[in-house]
Design a protein around this ligand. Sequence first.
Ligand code: HEM
Ligand SMILES: *[C@@H]1O[C@H](CO)[C@@H](O)[C@H](O)[C@H]1NC(C)=O
Ligand SMILES: *[C@@H]1O[C@H](CO)[C@@H](O)[C@H](O)[C@H]1NC(C)=O
Ligand SMILES: CC(=O)N[C@H]1CO[C@H](CO)[C@@H](O)[C@@H]1O
Length: 232
Amino acid sequence: MRTAYGLVALGAAGIPAPERLALEARAVAIVDQETGFTFSETKAAATLTSNIVYRIATPANVPAGQPYDIVLQVIAPTSLGWVGLAWGGSMIRNPLTVAYPNGQKPTVSSRWATGHSTPQAYTGATYTPLSSGNKSNGTHWQYTVKCTGCTTYTGSAGATRIDPLSTRRLGFACAAGKVSNPSSTTSSIPVHDVYNYITHDFSAGANPNFEALLQRNGVSGGGAETGNTTRL
Ligand code: HEM
Ligand SMILES: *[C@@H]1O[C@H](CO)[C@@H](O)[C@H](O)[C@H]1NC(C)=O
Ligand SMILES: *[C@@H]1O[C@H](CO)[C@@H](O)[C@H](O)[C@H]1NC(C)=O
Ligand SMILES: CC(=O)N[C@H]1CO[C@H](CO)[C@@H](O)[C@@H]1O
């Protein structure tokens, strides 16, 4: 099921007004049948003919100022050797989620860059794979993880918290080149061929039953970190 939020003005013939398309975020809420999560989805152009799909699910009703977990689902074309998401909207001093295909189950690696050079392992964010939603076939590879620490960190702008109701610029990067050791979370990775930015509306991915959905997917809840969300 797709629900297009009313951010893109439709003309009488149902054709989006082009001047608005370029300027406004197009939040799309997707219900993933496999995991049951509602995700806010943004597509990032990896090449002229292929996209990386970034999907983020948040708990609904996160108490003001509290840290919270998210579920990240990424679908990448098989032409890509790694894809990354920069939660602070640039490469340097914010959590970087880097992933690469590794047989049936992609490897997700937590990184942090202090400069425009290979990012190092970052222990401030932890990733827990869900029991479904990670796979690969002839055209795409896909992973689905819970992240603790992706939306709260201390970076170049000091203590930072992504408001779960906000729309934010995130950075992304990808490369066709394969990583040297795909089963290792600390593998070295080749530099990106492409980097750019997406505008992501977190509010379109709110889940009132976040904890219950995590449990359905084999992951125990995040305790206080998910705030007062619905519990089983
Ligand atoms: C493999 C090691 C990496 C190297 C050597 C590297 C190097 C660089 C360099 C030199 C630039 C500046 C390019 C320019 O100014 O024209 C840059 C920019 C950028 N990189 Fe990386 N990078 C690496 C990994 C990553 C990863 C894992 C991400 C994760 C998303 C990332 C995201 C970005 C973004 C968003 C930019 C845009 C400018 C900025 O935000 O600073 N990079 N990178
Ligand atoms: C969670 O809900 C309880 C009961 O309504 C409330 O007392 C508590 O302050 C809430 N916690 C947060 C972090 O908002
Ligand atoms: C391959 O996987 C992607 C991502 O999971 C999915 O969207 C696509 O439909 C799959 N293709 C086939 C032929 O199963
Ligand atoms: C380790 C792990 O999480 N594996 C799961 C990945 O997702 C597939 C289905 O997409 C499950 O069958 C695996 O158990």
